[in-house]
Design a protein around this ligand. Structure first.
Ligand SMILES: [Zn+2]
Length: 131
């Protein structure tokens, strides 16, 4: 499946673990209330055209270890996150798959629940304060 931000991932999406993170860093960088992502082994990404993505090191993390965040330089969409503790996993943002024809699943793992807005409802089957 090739999506508009030039990321190609092996389908189906339903084979990958999912998460949502309510930390303040994810709120700021996603532009929403939380980050939602598929956790994809890096070998399952068939191609990412690096010239259309900008990656920066984000020091504003709960663990204190910088994570890598990429965005599309053509459309501004958040693309993926690489956690310092999981260098072989690419957290591909749900928004990349909007309109792809597959239902975006409820996230399994829910992180930093204490930073969620009080009116939000938990959706994860595994809710933790940190990863
Ligand atoms: Zn986060």
């Amino acid at each position: 499946m090739l999506i508009p931000t030039q990321v190609k991932v092996q389908s189906p999406l339903s084979q990958y673990p999912t998460l949502t993170c309510h930390c303040n860093g994810c709120k700021r960088r996603s532009g929403g209330l939380a980050s939602f992502a598929f956790c994809v082994p890096k070998d399952n990404l068939v191609s990412i055209t690096g010239d259309t993505h900008h990656t920066y090191s984000d020091p504003d993390t709960g663990s204190g270890k910088p994570m890598q965040r990429s965005l599309c330089t053509k459309c501004g969409s958040p693309v993926l996150i690489i956690e310092a503790s999981q260098p072989d996993t690419r957290c591909l943002q749900y928004g990349l798959f909007a309109g792809c024809g597959e239902e975006l699943p409820k996230p399994q793992l829910e992180l930093f629940w204490k930073e969620a807005c009080t009116w939000e409802e938990q959706v994860g089957s595994d809710v933790r304060e940190e990863q």
